[in-house]
Ligand binder design. Structure first.
Ligand SMILES: [Zn+2]
Length: 412
């Protein structure tokens, strides 16, 4: 006969057995404590971000209110003998250069001194960093020379509806940019080679085949892992040192995460967002910019929005709008990334490898366990390490017989 004590003892053993089985199926990787340095560096990053935005707002304000912007524009116009196209392009280019120059001290601190002091930049010299910054200006200068005449031509032709036509013009330009980004823009900053690692190629092909894809273009180089391009130019970019910094299981998860961006064409989702932002920005410029120009034309040095000298006003309206929508845009971006993690886990089942990968970033100090709310709202594109680890630890519906979110995209 079994006593009550013996019964409880047996129940206890069965319970412990079940618990340890669950532990074997999914070891929970402990979320690291927030390092003291993280809090300090996070505050520093907040300050750099704030300083950068203040400069971004002050530059057009000063150019407008002092009349220096209009004077510079008139000077350039005289230099090119009144050519509208060249005046608009050159004034736009001058604005890009001026913006880079006044932001240089902040950019140097934020993107060179700070990462250098944290050991993130390797042996990159100041000269190399500066050369990279100059190279980064190139697409902006080309865009200013080639595109800025468009909104001004539309303002002259259709003073009341130009904001609508300008938005329609932004769409093909954005599509073109997203298409050529992996071919022409990315190679400006690093060398990319087609993936040569045979076993990595085979592991990517095996994952992609389950999503019905025969060959996913993959290139290796640079220091970020992401999907760039649209349609036929879409490809997965793997960072140069991926094979040496991640275990095979982690690479499987990383690739499965990127496959979500590729399979569900996340880059296309940028298009309606950019179109909506352009519409709101141009309309605000038309309403508020037009009103300010009528009232303050003596101070500004120009009386009409279709005067190329109005560029700082256009930039100011766009910058204010962008700052106002940044938290919503980033929240959406973090949602896209959270879902890419979910997709990656559903496809690879590499929960523990993924959790250890996120934990390793905290150990190296290259990412934050839990950024403060300000950072999260204004410049954090991915969920925090703590949030990503919680999902990697706890999300495994296939073990519980529950339906998968992305069952329709790839076979599991
Ligand atoms: Zn991603």
């Amino acid at each position: 006969m079994e006593t009550t004590g013996m019964r409880w003892w047996r129940v206890g053993w069965v319970g412990m057995g079940l618990l340890s089985l669950a532990a074997i199926a999914h070891a929970q990787v402990p979320i690291p404590a927030i390092p003291a340095r993280e809090v300090q560096v996070n505050r520093l990053l907040d300050a750099y971000w704030l300083a950068g935005r203040i400069v971004q707002l002050l530059l057009p304000l000063v150019l407008l209110c002092s009349g220096y912007g209009a004077r510079l524009c008139r000077g350039l116009s005289a230099w090119v003998r009144g050519s509208r196209f060249l005046t608009e392009g050159l004034f736009g280019s001058a604005y890009v250069l001026l913006g880079a120059l006044v932001s240089l001290p902040i950019d140097y601190g934020r993107h060179y001194l700070l990462p250098k002091s944290l050991g993130w930049l390797g042996d990159e010299t100041r000269g190399q960093w500066l050369a990279g910054q100059l190279l980064g200006l190139l697409p902006w200068l080309v865009a200013a020379m080639l595109l800025l005449w468009v909104p001004y031509a539309l303002m002259r032709r259709s003073p009341r509806r130009w904001w609508l036509w300008a938005t329609l013009a932004v769409i093909p330009v954005t599509v073109f940019f997203l298409i050529v980004q992996p071919l022409w823009i990315k190679p400006l900053s690093a060398q990319y080679e087609p993936l040569a690692d045979g076993s990595l190629r085979a592991s990517i092909d095996a994952l992609a085949a389950r999503c019905g894809l025969v060959h996913v273009p993959v290139v290796v180089g640079g220091n970020d892992t992401a999907v760039y391009g649209l349609g036929p130019t879409a490809r997965i970019f793997l960072q140069q040192d991926l094979a040496s910094t991640e275990t095979p299981g982690q690479i499987r998860f990383t690739v499965a995460h990127e496959l979500k961006h590729y399979v569900l064409a996340d880059n296309w989702k940028l298009l309606p967002i950019i179109a909506l932002l352009a519409l709101a920005g141009f309309w605000l410029t038309y309403r508020i910019g037009g009103h300010a120009t009528r009232r303050l034309h003596r101070r500004f040095g120009f009386a009409r929005m279709d005067d190329p000298a109005s560029l700082p006003l256009l930039v100011l309206c766009m910058t204010v709008l962008w700052l106002a929508v940044t938290p919503a845009f980033l929240a959406y971006n973090r949602y896209i990334e959270r879902e890419a993690d979910r997709f990656g886990l559903e496809l690879s089942h590499e929960n523990e490898a993924a959790a250890r990968l996120f934990a390793s970033w905290a150990g190296e100090g290259t990412d934050w366990v839990q950024p403060d709310r300000f950072a999260l709202a204004f410049f954090y594109t991915h969920p925090s390490i703590a949030e990503r680890m919680r999902m990697a630890n706890d999300y495994h519906p296939w073990l519980e017989g529950k339906p998968l979110r992305y069952a329709g995209s790839c076979e599991r």
